[in-house]
Design a binder for this molecule. Structure first.
Ligand SMILES: [Cu+2]
Length: 208
């Protein structure tokens, strides 16, 4: 599903980050070792074989090996993304919404078209840090269709734990789907400077 976000995505991102860091470390030492070998053990010009191996054959084998490895990596990526998509769509509970999220100076408005007649909710900052007077409640294991826009100036709707950050632009509507797959309370903030009250319009989602 296009633009499908989900909670708990942060854990996957953490592991991905660890993987990228170790890959970077490996590449650094690999290149450094290559440079050292080149500096101290490079064969004299004119030498075309090493311990019975002709360099041409060796080069061909290495190119073949790395092509196969690259192909495996690509295939693995396809397979993983295919199964990931399948499991997320496997909920098959349908999509709830649309729910309009409208940025205002300086609060968020939620408008649910799903219920009979629809209802709207203004979400103002509360007195406790990161709290709002009315948070938005999602039913667990449903996919929600959100439409994000603004009533006045640029805002940005962000929910870091779901990997979401989408601009709320006056006169434009941005779509996004969120799978409410993890219980809990999720906090976000407006992420586009929108005036004096920019820091005072938190976003609060409850997945129950
Ligand atoms: Cu803002």
């Amino acid at each position: 599903m296009l633009n499908l976000y989900s909670f708990c995505q942060g854990y996957n991102m953490d592991w991905f980050l660890v993987y990228i860091i170790w890959l970077s470390v490996f590449i650094f030492f690999w290149v450094f070792a290559g440079l050292l070998v080149d500096l101290f053990y490079s064969p004299a010009v004119g030498v075309v074989s090493f311990k019975g191996f002709k360099f041409d054959d060796l080069e061909f084998l290495l190119v073949l090996l790395f092509s196969v490895l690259t192909f495996l990596l690509v295939a693995l990526n396809f397979i993983c993304s295919f199964f990931r998509g399948a499991s997320e769509n496997g909920f098959d509970l349908g999509v709830l919404g649309p729910v309009d999220i409208v940025g205002h100076q300086w609060y968020w408005e939620f408008y649910n078209h799903n219920s009979v007649g629809g209802y709207s909710l203004d979400s103002y900052m509360g007195s406790v840090i990161d709290s709002v007077d009315f948070g938005y409640v999602l039913s667990a294991n449903y996919v929600y269709w959100f439409r994000i826009t603004s009533a006045d100036v640029l805002h940005s709707f962000s929910l870091p734990s779901a990997g979401v950050k989408i601009d709320a632009v006056p006169g434009r509507v941005h779509f996004l789907y969120i799978l409410a797959n993890c219980f809990g309370r999720y906090v976000g903030y407006c992420s586009e400077f929108c005036g004096a009250g920019h820091s005072y319009m938190p976003i609060s989602f409850f997945v129950v």
